[in-house]
Design a binder for this molecule. Sequence first.
Ligand code: PRP
Length: 185
Amino acid sequence: MCNITTKDEFEKHIKRILITEQEIQEAVIKAGAEISKEYEGKPILLVSILKGSFVFLSDLCRAITLPCEMDFMIAKSYYNSTESSGEVKILMDLEHDISQYHVIIVEDIVDTGQTLSKLVPMLKERNPLSVSVVTLLDKPSRRTAPFNPDKTLFTIPDHFVIGYGLDCSEYYRNLPYIAEYNAEV
Ligand code: PRP
């Protein structure tokens, strides 16, 4: 869909800003403070599902005032949109043995719910102290698998969104805000 070689082409696909940099930063500070209160005295492992969550993780971890460790995972869901069931493959696994940690999965977006509805039970089989999910964005209208994140910073309608880690063909992850992608230019 994207084939971008110039700054003009890059900018013309940014239709409108949906969530500003300031709105994101305020919500991240609030989420970090809540997590810091909820997990005080507990060993925390922040698990970032790559690639989309790397920007959110880097801001969220600095808004958490408790000692915490971080780990990274690549998981992809493969499914036919006409089927309700799908498959999640772990393409890069965690380094940590998570059995001694309260795991907080950090996601950029929950869309169909396919990825996390499979990944959370897979991680629970490793007997962590607990598992919860914090997501920057949630698109509940797109759900094909039952899944509710524990903490959502922004609930959004069904727009194709880019920025703050979210991509179109790997571009736009570096935008500091969330924007709607314009495919019609
Ligand atoms: C996105 C996002 C979630 C997943 C959510 O990742 O980061 O992991 O999709 O979608 P779902 O709820 O429909 O399962 P994506 O596969 O786009 O990879 P990326 O993070 O590397 O961009």
